[in-house]
Ligand binder design. Sequence first.
Ligand SMILES: Cc1cc2nc3c(=O)[nH]c(=O)nc-3n(C[C@H](O)[C@H](O)[C@H](O)COP(=O)(O)OP(=O)(O)OC[C@H]3O[C@@H](n4cnc5c(N)ncnc54)[C@H](O)[C@@H]3O)c2cc1C
Length: 462
Amino acid sequence: MNYDIIVIGSGPGGYVTAIRAAQLGFKTAIIEKENLGGICLNWGCIPTKALLKSAQVFHYINHAEDYGLNKVEASFEFPNVIQRSRGVAGKMSKGIEFLMKKNKIDVILGTAKVQPGKKVSVTDKDGKATEYSASHIIIATGARSRELPNLPQDGKKVIGYRQALSLPEQPKSMIVVGSGAIGVEFADFYNTMGTKVTVVEFMPNIVPVEDEEISKHLEKSLKKSGIEIMTNASVESVDTSGEGVKANVKTANGNITLEADILLSAVGIAANIENIGLEEVGIQTDKGRVLVNEWYETSVPGYYAIGDIIPTQALAHVASAEGITCVEKIKGMHVEKIDYGNIPGCTYCHPEVASVGLTEKQAKEKGYEIKVGKFPLSASGKATANGNTDGFIKVIFDAKYGEWLGCHMIGEGVTDMVAEAVVARKLETTGHEIIKSIHPHPTVSEAIMEAAAAAYGEVIHI
Ligand SMILES: Cc1cc2nc3c(=O)[nH]c(=O)nc-3n(C[C@H](O)[C@H](O)[C@H](O)COP(=O)(O)OP(=O)(O)OC[C@H]3O[C@@H](n4cnc5c(N)ncnc54)[C@H](O)[C@@H]3O)c2cc1C
């Protein structure tokens, strides 16, 4: 069976690539060994947000009095909360099935292995292998939870994100190792639902990729909500022989033992590069990722790679953008390269965190003379009406030309606001153009305009 394009893996990298390929007139097939939609729809972006929504609703009901309503005590059955999240994931995966049909993309279920001569062999669940060929093979096999040698996951007491999304019962206590977006989102969910959560982070700050002020603010907010946070600390070993887990944690003041029902390891991801035929074809890898050029071509012509298996930001929107760029280039279109400096990053804990561009430290390190503006959400009318005043907006401009170097936000709803900064930066908008762009009142987005005004000494509401 011969195709123009075969895509391996149906995550936000693979399925989006396949749709764009089909739109461009390529005869396209997609191969998936598990569920359509990949990690993002089934075990990542979507089910985590469903859990966080349940936690937020639970929190709101328990704080009804804050909104002038009668006191209510919300209750829940943990399996129902999990079931809702799984239902949302299942619905989204079904949606991908529909999109594949609509775009006349052949869906091949099974485990794919690339072979020399632009061939792919697919082994189905009964062990039957079928060979396919294509002019272009795009590998988008994604990633899995990274396992550290001293933190082996048994799936029961020491778990990864898949188990954290589908636990049969709520743990009374949980240690979360790693405070990147994934770790912090789970810590927030379980803490809000009543689990005693301790976060252990190796770096000096939680959400370490964020601007330091944002990290510090989030740490304070999460601690206030009841999460225990240990930074500059690392789990050296775990003991699962007793009832729960005992973690031996190295801290600046010596080693301590933490005990909990469950330990969630959220220390990053490992790309799925094994047993997919890379060595047989001669496709080069480095540090566990597939090497590609700016058009996602691997070291072997006709084979491409996108998404979590290449060394770019491991985010769903990055995977999708890479896939679109890759097939448009194959089509011979005039394509713009992806600007990896303008990728938004979001963490959906409460308060939410969203950012794009340089942090203050990075801007200084790059030698920019900068103007920094900040606006607290406590001064925002909409945030006050919403009862969510925790957080602030921080913007960084180049003092010389007004270029918007970075935007860092913490607060309710900021993940939906960061796109303004992405678009403005893409259009090379200056600080004054932001100040002169009239934002609707009352919205939390006004805080971005006010933060820009603060950078130029023109802020109105503080
Ligand atoms: C808990 C969690 C929360 C996250 N939240 C967010 C978020 O809020 N926002 C965000 O942008 N990103 C988030 N991410 C990251 C995001 O999920 C990934 O960046 C994204 O899924 C990567 O897409 P991909 O297409 O490269 O790979 P994946 O989504 O991993 O898909 C790869 C697919 O390939 C299939 N596959 C693998 N090997 C084979 C084979 N040999 N044959 C056939 N099929 C194969 C797999 O079964 C899988 O379906 C989150 C991740 C996790 C774990």
